[in-house]
Write a protein that binds this ligand. Structure first.
Ligand SMILES: *Cc1c(COP(=O)(O)O)cnc(C)c1O
Length: 368
């Protein structure tokens, strides 16, 4: 058996997908070609690409008035591409950002270079719960407190802060387009496209290989990119060319397409969401009854995907070394938060989470 891999990203793939890709590496479906060797305009790759888009649309129930773009550069490239493509929606090049963790803070900072960017709300200040300082980015600013300017082109938020382990999806109905970084919880739960105008994601958490970037955008927002926006990153041109303006990341699209087919076989997003709820509950229930480990995030916004936790004694190095011996990989927390982080994306079965809890129990018994 392979070890359980808790990496935050690039992260665990469904094993069935890796096996299919391995089996098809030299000869895709009798074509005599590896997917790596196919023209992106040939009929074989067109089939792969079209099925990937259709499966993505079916999984997320993407309405027809939205375009699906397969782009490159990762979610951080979008920190520049979102303003370059969308600030022109209204005069004044204004946008408002909700900062709820490291990733949305990066988005906010990079956007400054392109227009009049303001903070709508921030959870960077720390909260004190039961007399204990929980640290910054451990809660989510309630939408009723957001300061959104009526003449802003869009509002930017992040639905799952991968580093802090804070997840929020209860979006308000805004008059202004809501742009959501869904990099680390896409396909783990539904997206409400009556409230979300743009959802974008780097693929390497829940959808496929690093580098591939998914952008799902309402079509009426296309066509206002700045003159400075590179053609290959212009949403409207990418949409008009079916994401083939330049050579797309063909193998990454193929692998993401296999992930989409796997998700569909699991029963789709509704079924995966139920599995994710059950998985997260196993770990949070254990953390909450323990006095040896703790998670600092306000319970109502705890992430189902990324669960940071701290040990009450400085034994992180021993924990990580023994975890690796027990076949539990990549549990080290992000340096800004410290401690551990278990990322339990769609591809992690509940058995992996149970194995982690069993290990944590045994570690506490040995060292607590
Ligand atoms: C990983 C991540 C990013 C950065 O993705 P890159 O592909 O490295 O640019 C941005 N936002 C969130 C929420 C992430 O989890």
């Amino acid at each position: 058996m392979r070890p359980w891999n808790f990496s935050a990203g690039p992260s665990k793939f469904p094993e069935a997908v890796l096996k299919t890709a391995a089996a098809e590496m030299l000869d895709w479906h009798g074509s005599g070609m590896s997917v790596l060797e196919m023209s992106h305009r040939g009929k074989e790759f067109m089939q792969i690409r079209n099925e990937a888009e259709q499966d993505l649309r079916d999984l997320l129930q993407v309405p027809d008035e939205f375009a699906v773009l397969f782009m490159q550069g990762g979610a951080q490239a979008q920190n520049a591409l979102i303003p370059l493509n969308l600030l022109g929606l209204k005069p004044g090049a204004k946008a408002d950002y909700v900062v709820s963790g490291s990733w949305s803070k990066k988005s906010f900072q990079e956007a400054q270079r392109f227009g009049d960017i303001q903070l709508a709300a921030s959870s960077e200040s720390s909260t004190v719960i039961q007399g204990k300082d929980q640290g910054s980015f451990t809660w989510f600013p309630d939408p009723s407190t957001w300061q959104v300017r009526p003449d802003s082109s869009y509002v930017h938020v992040c639905s799952n802060e991968t580093i802090g382990g804070v997840e929020f999806n209860n979006w308000p109905q805004l008059d202004i387009p809501l742009v959501v970084d869904v990099s680390s919880n896409i396909f783990s739960r539904p997206i409400d496209f009556t409230k979300v105008a743009v959802a974008y994601a780097g693929a390497q958490k829940n959808a496929g290989p690093a580098g591939l970037t998914l952008v799902i955008i309402r079509k009426d927002l296309l066509g206002v990119a700045s003159e400075q926006c590179p053609n290959t990153f212009n949403f409207d041109l990418v949409a008009k060319n079916d994401s083939m303006l330049n050579t797309p990341p063909t193998y990454a699209i193929y692998l993401a397409g296999l992930v989409f087919k796997w998700l569909t076989q699991q029963g789709g997003v509704a079924a995966i969401e139920q599995a994710n709820i059950a998985k997260a509950k196993v770990l949070y229930d254990y953390l909450d009854q323990s006095s040896f480990y703790r998670n600092a995030v306000e319970p109502s916004v705890r992430s189902r995907m990324n669960i940071p936790f701290l040990l009450n004694q400085p034994q992180d190095a021993a924990f990580l070394a023994e975890a690796e011996q027990a076949g539990l990989l990549q549990l080290k927390g992000h340096k800004s938060v410290g401690g551990m982080r278990a990322s339990i994306y769609n591809a992690m079965p509940i058995e992996g989470v149970q194995a982690l809890v069993d290990f944590m129990q045994a570690f506490e018994a040995r060292h607590g």
